[in-house]
Ligand binder design. Structure first.
Ligand code: ATP
Length: 370
């Protein structure tokens, strides 16, 4: 629908030096962000970090205090909301209750005087696999189906940029997981640029090509999900994207391939390219599933970090894995996820254990953990 400035395919989005100050409160601080056309981008962060404000600025519902917004290379900073090539799907997907599903989806197109609105609306409903309920009223659909109709209504306009503000928030967990996969499929099928806002790390990681982790109005780190998970740069990112064990100590040697960090008398090595800082006090970390437990001290080797002994203080078995809490006098409590759940290999409450993990799975943070 190449009408009203609406693009055929997705457009890239650029935020340049965007700040948003409310009286007495800075919600967004000097935000720079480039989202390539056709990508599925997630803005991930806790409640109050400024995600919704960022979306409202892009949609034109809020005016930035400083900075510029460009969509498809066009500066839209002072363009009115309804003239921007943007559509938003909110958590509360208000469909018109008195209209049928097809009327709901075709509504925006008809209002803009587009002639073949009905076939386009049917096409959008096929995309979300709901064309067979086109003549029903919203109340006759489930929550998940209504959400898919809201999505069809948003993509039928072919906005260059689709903003999704916790669109799955109202759904139960099972439906949410299912919709995450569907939403991703729809995005790759239509090729529009999706900007998805969520506080759910699993949702951001499973859906997006690129995730930006936001904290207190700033982007802490941006990258593909694996990168962020394997190599978090800050304690906030490390803990927000799943569990991690963090240790703080002093760098005792710093070479071209690795650095050594003394943590309470134990040396932990980090590959230099995975350390953000190479001297002074640093925090290093490892994910719980990367750690292996031993019931006697494992042989020292240059490519493994070894810590211990400690005592198992908690065991919880979940079927696919077992979570251990190991308490060490030197390192505090360390969490370990073990896939090996055979009875004979289990460690028990009170057992003395050593922990070991690959040096390559150790990450070094840019900030000090508290
Ligand atoms: P949530 O996930 O809870 O929606 P969020 O990350 O989307 O959180 P925002 O809604 O963007 O957060 O709000 C960011 C901060 O800006 C919050 O601390 C909020 O209180 C503040 N804020 C938002 N709108 C206004 C306003 N109109 N006046 C003053 N402060 C505001």
């Amino acid at each position: 629908v190449p009408q009203g400035g609406f693009a055929e395919a997705g457009a890239d989005l650029e935020l340049v030096g965007i700040s948003k100050r409310f009286p007495g409160f800075t919600a967004i601080e000097e935000l720079d962000l480039t989202i390539p056309a056709g990508s599925f981008f997630a803005l991930l962060g806790p409640s109050g970090c400024g995600k919704t404000t960022t979306l409202r600025l892009i949609a034109g519902l809020e005016e930035p205090t400083t900075g510029r917004i460009l969509i498809g290379g066009r500066d839209v900073t002072s363009t009115r909301a309804y003239q921007r090539p943007v559509n938003t799907v909110f958590q509360s997907y208000a469909l018109f209750p008195h209209m049928t599903i097809i009327e709901n989806v075709a509504f925006g197109l008809k209002r803009r005087g587009i002639k073949n609105a009905d076939p386009l609306a049917h096409e959008a409903l096929q995309l979300v696999e709901l064309d067979h309920v086109a003549n029903r009223k919203p109340a006759q659909l489930s929550g998940g189906q209504q959400q898919r109709v809201a999505l069809a209504r948003a993509v039928v306009n072919r906005p260059a940029l689709l903003l999704l503000d916790e669109p799955l928030g109202a759904l139960d967990l099972k439906l949410r997981r299912q919709m995450q996969i569907e939403l991703k499929d729809i995005q790759s099928e239509v090729g529009l640029t999706f900007l998805h806002v969520t506080h759910d790390q699993e949702e951001a990681m499973t859906m997006a090509d690129t995730v930006a982790v936001m904290n207190k109005g700033r982007i802490e780190q941006m990258g593909n999900p694996q990168e962020l998970y394997e190599l978090p740069h800050t304690a906030f990112v490390a803990t927000f994207l799943g569990q991690s064990n963090l240790f703080t100590g002093e760098v005792t040697s710093s070479g071209s391939s690795s650095i050594s960090v003394d943590v309470s008398g134990t040396t932990i090595d980090v590959r230099s390219d995975r350390a953000q800082r190479h001297r002074g006090r640093v925090t290093v970390g490892v994910r719980p599933e990367k750690v292996t437990l031993y019931d006697s001290a494992p042989k020292q080797s240059s490519d493994r970090n070894v810590v211990g002994p400690g005592r198992v203080t908690d065991v919880s078995f979940s079927g696919v894995s077992t979570q251990y809490e190991v308490t060490l006098p030197t390192h505090g409590v360390v969490t370990v996820f073990s896939q090996n759940t055979s009875i004979t290999a289990m460690h028990h409450d009170g057992d003395e254990v050593w922990l070991s993990w690959d040096v390559g799975h150790t990450f070094g943070l840019a900030d000090e953990s508290y």
